[in-house]
Design a protein around this ligand. Structure first.
Ligand code: ATP
Ligand code: MN
Length: 307
């Protein structure tokens, strides 16, 4: 639903408003992703708004009613971008919630309620959406377990892909369904949907157990120690990520990186064929008519195994 609204004859101010999903997007022609050697053309704020509008039916189930950190680039990628973690006021279609932080202090966070909130964030120059692993109604019971696979410098992609496959094997052994997405950056995220039941502590200790199991099974491939000099070419399974308050980039979020890459849900049999930065704004949109590779994500209902 994109509509240009002509303003009165006054050509000085404001030039032209741009309505997307009923949200007025100012400066729609501002370039947020400048053309480069790797891209055909500029990507404007208006095009970013149209992307999020088009992708919203697929994205909202993951974004809605979760506390957020947003990454904003008012002058385009690479120029004065910033993470916005704490919020003071709610834009239309968003809400704010004060929660206790690990430090003991109270932090106020924003969450998106609906497509209006999604576009309100775009209006405020949000390019990246990063979500908590729990829903605001069940804040202390996470429903997303995320494993982040990043290559160390010099590591081949084939090794990262093997790591993702090996972890899937370990999860399959426990009858836990897992889902794969590109990050739009250097690695992949493997996501396990859960019934909101267990605590954050239980989630993290399960993630640690999986890292230990990987190391025990393939000691030449994996380590659960984060110390860089203990790795010796092995992959560090970053179990520490799943703490209360940590975020992961939301499925379907753009990245504020060259070529407007996307963190896109993909099918398991695409792992060997799609690079972590292999999906862009354009290719994500082109895949919208295809079947949703995560279609059962919210249907399956599973919990962490006891012990
Ligand atoms: P890549 O594949 O390039 O690693 P990524 O999204 O996994 O992409 P990481 O640097 O591994 O990037 O970070 C993992 C997650 O941690 C991010 O998705 C993000 O949600 C969160 N994160 C990273 N840096 C920050 C930050 N400065 N502020 C808030 N959250 C952050
Ligand atoms: Mn990562």
């Amino acid at each position: 639903m994109v509509k240009r609204v002509q303003h009165a004859a006054d050509t000085q101010t404001p030039p032209e408003a741009f309505l997307v999903q009923g949200v007025s997007i100012s400066k729609p022609d501002r370039v947020l992703y400048p053309q480069s050697d790797l891209t055909d053309s500029d990507i404007t704020k208006g095009a970013v708004a149209e992307y999020y509008s088009a992708i919203s039916p697929r994205m909202l189930p993951y974004l809605q009613d979760r506390l957020l950190a947003t990454f904003r680039c008012p002058d385009g990628i690479g120029v004065l971008c910033f993470f916005r973690k704490h919020a003071t006021n709610a834009e239309e279609g968003t809400g704010i919630l004060s929660v206790r932080e690990a430090s003991g202090a109270t932090g106020t966070y924003v969450y998106v309620k609906d497509v209006t909130g999604l576009l309100s964030e775009v209006q405020m120059y949000t390019l990246e959406f990063h979500i908590w692993g729990s829903h605001i109604n069940t804040l202390e019971q996470p429903d997303l377990l995320v494993f982040d696979f990043d290559p160390d410098p010099g590591m081949e992609l084939v090794q990262v892909r093997q790591g993702v496959k090996d972890l899937k094997t370990c999860l399959d052994d426990l009858a836990l369904r897992s889902y794969l997405k590109t990050t739009g950056g250097k690695g992949y995220h493997l996501v396990v949907p859960l019934r909101p039941q267990a605590s954050w502590e239980t989630l993290q200790s399960f993630a640690k157990k999986m890292a230990e199991r990987m190391e025990a099974r393939w000691p030449e491939r994996y380590t659960n120690s984060s110390r860089k000099n203990a790795r010796h070419g092995r992959i560090y399974i970053d179990w520490e990520r799943n703490v209360r308050g940590a975020t992961a980039v939301c499925p379907y979020s753009l990245r504020a990186r060259e070529r407007a890459t996307v963190s896109l849900p993909i099918a398991w049999d695409e792992l060997d064929f799609i690079a972590p930065d292999g999906i862009t704004l354009q290719t994500a949109l082109a895949r919208l008519d295809d079947e949703d590779p995560w279609r059962n994500f919210f249907v399956i209902s599973q919990e962490l195994p006891k012990s």
